[in-house]
Design a protein around this ligand. Structure first.
Ligand code: DAH
Length: 367
């Protein structure tokens, strides 16, 4: 048996001629609506279809009631049909409005939960790294020399033999070239090589600048050494040069002693040992009393009580000839330090390769 939808019929067809018959008719319609609300509430996908089925302008239930029950109603029923229809409309609209508001609120809540940042959670820690122990040592050395009036200059790592050797008073067949033989670069018109020391910057600086000169030169240098626990093919140096009209050996010694105390501590003593470099005369090796054992002998100083730090000396007047400085009027001193070596001495690092293996267990010891 198919039931006929009452809203498709006029009141007379439904057998209603008395105003008292109207409210039950609307009560039935309202009940059908309320039942459907419950059905669709659990199925958000069908909600919109449901809304259209009741309020759609063309064939929605409310339109049909208006067309079939209200418009053709006899005058004595019209008032009550109108009142009942308005009540039903208000009911339906309030349910739909309520539902729309709660769906909007739920969507907003879900979005807020998605975007929420919980400030009490631990953050993501991204390791940012630290300065390498060699970099730290460079900075310490620069701090010391800047504090007594030196300034920093840098120079090319690819040099000509003139700056790397000749102008430093190391002629072509001089034996001092032997232990410094290096990487020559093929295919250049003039011969070029990777600098074996930072000393070429002494020449480049004096060519450009009149005294007083007070510079340090940090940088990388290269030698054709076979890598072992104390050598690599690349290492770091800081060169120093001071030239003026009145610089004496006392200034040289005082500067060196000040540096050693600043770098290794106030209890360390300094010793100069005669040495040879073609670009200094006299030349010296600067030794420090062992900062670990205080000079009584230990593993670090190889039981001698002294540690060789770096080479230095008074600038050889022959060098001034290459840069058109007046050797009779001027004097100065120079030094060249191995930064890796100084770092190893200061921090007790036993082997060169440790410095360049990038093992974080090593690097973390120098935060
Ligand atoms: N250039 C030298 C080297 O690499 C180090 C050196 C010694 C530099 C004495 C100097 C100096 O300026 O005076 O072995």
């Amino acid at each position: 048996m198919t039931t006929i939808d009452p809203t498709t019929q006029v009141l007379a067809q439904l057998g209603i001629s008395d105003p008292a018959g109207v409210p039950p008719l609307f009560a039935d319609a309202r009940k059908r609506f309320d039942d459907q609300v419950l059905q669709h509430a659990s199925d958000p996908g069908s909600w919109q279809t449901f809304v259209v089925a009741w309020t759609g302008r063309k064939s929605g239930v409310l339109s049909q009631i208006t067309d079939n029950w209200l418009k053709p109603a006899p005058p004595d029923l019209k008032r009550v049909v109108g009142q009942e229809l308005n009540k039903l409309k208000a009911h339906i609209e309030s349910i739909f409005a309520e539902r729309e508001a709660s769906m909007k609120a739920a969507a907003e809540k879900a979005a807020a939960a998605r975007d929420k940042i919980d400030l009490s959670l631990p953050g993501i820690e991204r390791p940012i790294g630290t300065r390498h122990v060699i970099r730290q040592t460079f900075e310490e050395l620069q701090r010391i020399f800047l504090s007594i009036g030196f300034s920093v200059v840098e120079g090319p790592e690819i040099e000509t033999p003139y700056y790397n050797f000749e102008a430093l008073n190391i002629p072509e067949h001089h034996p001092a070239r032997d232990n410094m033989d290096t990487f020559y670069i093929e295919g250049t018109r003039e011969p070029h090589l990777l600098r074996t020391h930072t000393s070429p910057m002494q020449i480049r600086t004096m060519e450009k600048q009149q005294p007083p000169v007070r510079i340090i030169v940090p940088g990388k240098v290269y030698r054709r050494d076979n890598p072992d626990s104390t050598h690599g093919y690349m290492f770091h140096q800081i060169e120093g040069l001071a030239v003026d009209t009145d610089i004496t050996f006392c200034d040289f010694k005082g500067t060196v002693e000040y540096f050693v105390r600043e770098f290794l501590g106030p209890r360390v003593k300094t010793r100069l040992r005669p040495s040879f470099f073609p670009f200094t005369e006299p030349s010296a090796e600067v030794d420090a009393s062992c900062h670990i054992c205080g000079g009584t002998g230990c593993r670090v100083c190889k039981h001698s009580g002294w540690i060789e730090l770096f080479g230095a000396g008074m600038v050889n007047p022959a060098v001034y000839g290459f840069v058109n400085y007046d050797a009779l009027r001027l004097s100065g001193f120079a030094f060249g330090m191995g930064v890796d070596r100084l770092a190893m001495i200061k921090y007790g690092i036993p082997e060169v390769p440790l410095l360049f293996q990038n093992d974080v267990r090593f690097l973390r010891q120098f935060p």
